[in-house]
Design a protein around this ligand. Structure first.
Ligand code: SF4
Length: 164
């Protein structure tokens, strides 16, 4: 059975920067959870950041690939450099995925770690721009497809192709 890496906050775990969760009530996720497919993971907490923590964004409108390449940092709202923690979390996610033979993930849209299509633009003004988070970029460059929680029918279609 294909396992699926999933953002822990989508599964109700209170790991977000504000101390809350982003619990998804989506039927696809509920079904996969029932089947025992889901492997919850929070890159930021596993990378060593506390709960709660200051919001963080990738600087200057860059994306996760630039962080992996060392050409952009991840900064907390007070200016602290949390790049190392974000990279550690991304590597941790990849290790867990490999340990489970995982080929796909469902991650929380908009996050500087987990975003699949959009992330905040580095200005802390609540503005999003197209781009991927650090964990998403590392997973995808290692052949693991990442879908946001907003695209679960597409994820379900991909799961079918993996299992046929
Ligand atoms: S890093 Fe990912 S799993 Fe952790 S709280 Fe943020 S969006 Fe959720």
């Amino acid at each position: 059975m294909e396992r699926i890496l999933v953002s822990a906050c989508l599964m109700g775990r209170k790991v977000r920067y504000d101390g809350g969760a982003k619990t998804s009530s989506d039927a696809w996720l509920a079904g996969w959870r029932e089947e025992g497919r889901l492997v919850p993971f929070c890159p930021e907490v596993e990378g060593g950041l506390p709960v709660p923590r200051l919001a963080a964004e990738i600087e200057e409108g860059a994306g996760g690939s630039a962080v992996l390449a060392g050409t952009a940092r991840v900064l907390a709202a007070d200016g602290a450099d949390v790049t190392a923690e974000f990279l550690a979390g991304a590597r941790g996610a990849l290790e867990v995925a490999r340990a489970h033979g995982i080929r796909m993930a469902v991650l929380k849209e908009g996050s500087p770690s987990c975003g699949a299509l959009a992330i905040y633009d580095g200005t802390f003004q609540g503005r999003k721009a197209p781009g991927q988070g650090v964990t998403t970029a590392l997973l995808e460059r290692n052949g693991i497809r990442v879908f946001s929680e907003e695209r679960l029918p597409e994820a379900a279609g991909y799961l079918r192709t993996l299992e046929t």
